[in-house]
Ligand binder design. Structure first.
Ligand code: HSE
Length: 310
């Protein structure tokens, strides 16, 4: 129990990137949050970490992603804190499962330093820019910061151009989180460096359909709009029974089912209907179980707001 004075809390949501066809370009926020609480440090002039929840036994309390991101802000602003702080992390986003845990850590670190140095950076501009640079692609960090479904985060000079899509009503995100890690680096390295024009057109047309279907509430189009030829088939070798899982989840009534980010989790989008949610959850769970893989199913919402500060 920390007795020092609490200064601020950041809640950063989990995210699911790609949604099939929108590789590296589309992502959505999920109402599963990592919390970061900053306290004054009465005993030391240092920044000290306390880590609870996901990764509490794996994440270093000295040299972690949050601290690395914090140091980049100190460097950018050419300034350092003149007091000590305790940074308490309550992690709920599972690590290395394609749910944006690293984006949440990066954003969390940038927010902490920005707060400590007097909020000189604009969150939706400077912090978004820095987070995309660190992460290398925008499809997790953008929805984590902005909330909702974020489409086409394109860099134009020092700015990002994107459209935030309000999540359609009655849409649930059912996430299956298997009990194995998948490194994003490995899941990216397996992808071919070049793709054919045919595959590019396949994805571009579907990604265009995906965003317009979401805008116009044509959820019946999500199945075809999330089809993909440029990443999921290559990644299937890391996710046992993936094709069967896709088939059974759709048969159970999901609008769409895709690998969440680079995996290993799976995202199904489905109507907010008790019966459908139950069937979809069962199908996702039993598909992994057939390969002796345990999984946790979470039924989540797509929050319209991203990071929450209080
Ligand atoms: N768009 C990225 C990928 C998300 O699929 O590799 C993972 O961080």
């Amino acid at each position: 129990m920390i007795k020092n004075k609490k200064l601020i809390t950041f809640k950063i949501p989990a995210t699911s990137a790609n949604i099939g066809s929108g590789f590296d370009s589309v992502g959505l926020a999920l109402n599963l949050y990592n919390e970061i609480h900053i306290y004054e440090n009465d005993n030391s002039k240092k920044i000290e970490f306390e880590i609870f929840g996901e990764g509490e036994n794996e994440i270093s309390k000295k040299d972690n992603m949050i601290y690395s991101a914090m140091k980049l802000v100190f460097k950018k602003l050419k300034s350092k804190p003149n007091k000590g702080y305790i940074i308490k992390c309550i992690n709920r986003i599972p690590l290395s499962r394609g749910l944006g845990s690293s984006s949440a850590a990066i954003i969390g670190g940038l927010l902490c330093s920005n707060f400590i140095l007097g909020n000189k950076l604009k969150i939706e501009k400077d912090i978004l820019n820095m987070a995309v640079q660190i992460e290398g692609h925008p499809d997790n960090v953008a929805p984590a910061i902005l909330g909702g479904i974020v489409s086409g985060v394109v860099k134009k000079e020092e700015d990002f151009k994107y459209i935030k899509i309000k999540p359609p009503k009655n849409l649930k995100a059912i996430v299956s989180i298997p009990d194995f890690y998948l490194s994003t680096e490995i899941a990216r390295n397996i992808l071919p460096k070049e793709i054919t024009r045919k595959d590019a057109i396949f994805n571009i047309s579907r990604a265009a359909l995906l965003t317009s279907a979401l805008f116009s509430n044509r959820l019946d189009l999500l199945e075809i709009a999330t089809e993909d030829k440029i990443h999921q088939d290559y990644r299937a070798k890391f996710i046992p029974n993936l094709n069967q899982l896709f088939k059974e989840t759709k048969k159970a009534g999901a609008y769409s089912v895709t690998i969440s980010g680079a995996g290993s989790s799976i995202l199904a989008l489905a109507k907010d209907d008790k019966n459908i949610i139950e069937k979809v959850s069962k199908a996702m769970h039993s598909s992994f179980k057939k390969k002796n893989i345990n999984s946790v199913i979470k039924v989540l919402n797509i929050p319209t707001k991203g990071i929450i500060i209080n």
